[in-house]
Design a protein around this ligand. Structure first.
Ligand code: CTP
Length: 142
């Protein structure tokens, strides 16, 4: 230990078709503390919000995220409304989100610090699906 105060960082996402933007935000989140906990959204949560399921099932997405050396613990995020409960359960000191969510989680500042990171430009799961769909000669795969 460096003598610094232990700091638990928590973040959330779907992490479908895991890509470099996912890796970069998890690396940056991990660098802000000494323990990184990641909530991977369930298939049912995705379906309830977008009326479609991720390409990879929740167990696979959680296994990929959990295998990263910067990630200490993974759990399945069952509801967007439970973030406060997850912050308390995992005793998080800092909530990290991508700036696509900027301002949306400021309410949790009463529980922990909140930080929004810029997204890695030029990549998203939605774009990957569109590229694959076009390469296959199909319509929208998003
Ligand atoms: N993220 C990022 N840079 C990107 C894409 C994602 O920093 N280019 C971050 C998001 O801000 C989020 C986390 O990675 O904090 C998980 O992203 P996810 O919820 O899986 O979304 P996307 O990869 O953007 O997928 P989609 O196109 O389906 O929204």
């Amino acid at each position: 230990m460096s003598g610094k105060t232990p700091r638990c960082v928590i973040t959330f996402g779907t992490y479908d078709l895991f890509h470099i933007g996912h890796l970069r935000i998890l690396e940056r989140a991990a660098a802000l503390g000494n323990r990184l906990v990641v909530g991977v959204s369930t298939d049912a949560l995705n379906y309830s919000k977008k009326s479609k399921y991720p390409v990879f099932p929740e167990a696979d997405r959680a296994a990929i995220v959990g295998a990263l050396k910067v990630v200490d613990e993974v759990f399945l995020e069952e509801s967007l409304e439970l973030k406060g409960e997850y912050i308390k359960k995992y005793k998080a000191d800092l909530l990290v989100m991508g700036e696509d969510w900027a301002g949306k989680f400021d309410t949790y500042r009463e529980l922990c610090d909140v930080h929004y990171f810029p997204r890695t430009p030029g990549i998203s799961t939605t774009e990957i699906k569109e590229v694959l769909s076009q390469a296959a000669g199909g319509g929208s795969g998003a």
